[in-house]
Design a protein around this ligand. Structure first.
Ligand SMILES: [Fe+2]
Ligand SMILES: [Fe+2]
Length: 154
């Protein structure tokens, strides 16, 4: 699996969890558990992606601006998560922020998959793509604290 396939696989998990999240209501166990799973997925993905994808690309002229932009978006995503944590889970504001998070993350994933991956595909060679994919997957496997299939079904 190359780095692009590895990242896309986890992007799809995030998309699924976001769909489930905005469909939850009030202060329910499902909302709480989905939010917890999504928060964890976003965190380990951001960390793994910054270490094993953005980091090697931030030193290359062609990809530097995009790498910086992507990292800035990770911070914006973290800020919305902080807003959600500070808001009562059964308030209407919580769902508003959850929808904002969904929109922001979906935009970020689109941007990565449709723009940044194409650019990175031109500067990384085949061996680097495979090695980064393996390093990223290894990082995720050791960081993931739950069975993702279970989390997506709750
Ligand atoms: Fe990202
Ligand atoms: Fe990503």
């Amino acid at each position: 699996m190359n780095i692009f396939e590895a990242l896309r696989k986890d992007h799809d998990i995030q998309r699924k969890l976001l769909e489930v999240l905005v469909d939850t209501s009030g202060n329910t166990k499902k909302r709480e558990e989905t939010f917890k799973a999504l928060k964890h997925e976003l965190k380990i993905h951001e960390d793994g992606e910054e270490r094993h994808f953005y980091s090697p690309l931030i030193d290359i002229d062609k990809t530097q601006d995009h790498a910086r932009h992507g990292i800035a978006e990770h911070h914006e995503i973290d800020e919305i998560i902080a807003q959600l944590e500070e808001t009562e889970m059964d308030s209407s504001a919580w769902l508003k922020y959850a929808k904002k998070l969904k929109e922001k993350v979906e935009h970020h994933l689109e941007d990565e998959e449709h723009t940044f991956f194409q650019l990175a595909g031109k500067v990384l060679n085949d061996k680097e793509k495979i090695n980064l994919g393996a390093e990223y997957n290894q990082y995720i496997e050791t960081s993931r604290e739950h069975e993702i299939e279970k989390a997506m079904d709750i």
